[in-house]
Design a protein around this ligand. Sequence first.
Ligand SMILES: Nc1nc2c(ncn2[C@@H]2O[C@H](COP(=O)(O)OP(=O)(O)OP(=O)(O)O)[C@@H](O)[C@H]2O)c(=O)[nH]1
Ligand SMILES: [Mg+2]
Length: 252
Amino acid sequence: MSQLELSNLFSVDREGKPTIKIVLFGPPMSGKTSMLTVFNALRRMENPKTIVSALTKIQDDSGRTVFFDQGVFQTPPFKGNNFDRLRYQLWTVPGEERHKVQRDIVMKGVDAVLLFLNFEKTAEEQNKAIIKEAKEIVGENFGSSIPVVAYINKSDLPAEERLDKRDIIQNLLDEGAIHSDKAANLVLTGSCLNARNELLSILTSPKRDEHFDDSSRLRIDKRPDSVWLIVKPIQKLTQLAVEQRLEYVQSI
Ligand SMILES: Nc1nc2c(ncn2[C@@H]2O[C@H](COP(=O)(O)OP(=O)(O)OP(=O)(O)O)[C@@H](O)[C@H]2O)c(=O)[nH]1
Ligand SMILES: [Mg+2]
């Protein structure tokens, strides 16, 4: 191979651009649609050119997902070489038990799984069931050549309403979703609610201008901590998917 191009490593989409498919897979009402909505708003505020196509949401009148949400984004241009920009599709599944068939369909061709769990005490069994289901759908590549990052949402809830993070980690280990030496890196927590509220408060702040550069883009150095927490799992998974493909190429 004379020059390594991203399109040699990844599937390409209809426009011939290298693309990875990431699915936010989690129980009902864990906040998957909220995550994608906040992420999309952040991309628009920070750099609209990183949005390839507008969000699609297929939901009922009450906002419950009945099929999927989907958005396509791309990395900013890589500096210093002529690598293509990498596109990443973010999909969510409908969490309600009765939508199992839709989840199977959305998972077709998945490159990386964001196990999107719920901190609420009442969600213990639903978290367990969805981890099992993800593993069944992906099969033996789950957590190996199909990387998995777990994200536990709703960290804003008071401690007495939250599950114990250690129990969730134990369950992820038991199911082989992650390996014990990597748990600290691959199990993340955050709150879409806090991230959304902090972005809104920037927009309505009397000091709004301090947060934006000359091109009216939100400055990354002004990104609130709560927003970093929801970007991290997506960033981490994209990185793992790229590393995985590079390892594969080096092995042949
Ligand atoms: N406290 C709290 N509530 C949240 C958070 N994120 C989302 N929610 C709320 O949780 C509820 C469900 O959010 P959705 O984003 O619709 O959940 P979903 O996972 O897409 O649900 P399904 O589409 O049914 O699978 C909504 O009332 C959200 O406002 C969070 O970080 N903290
Ligand atoms: Mg949803």
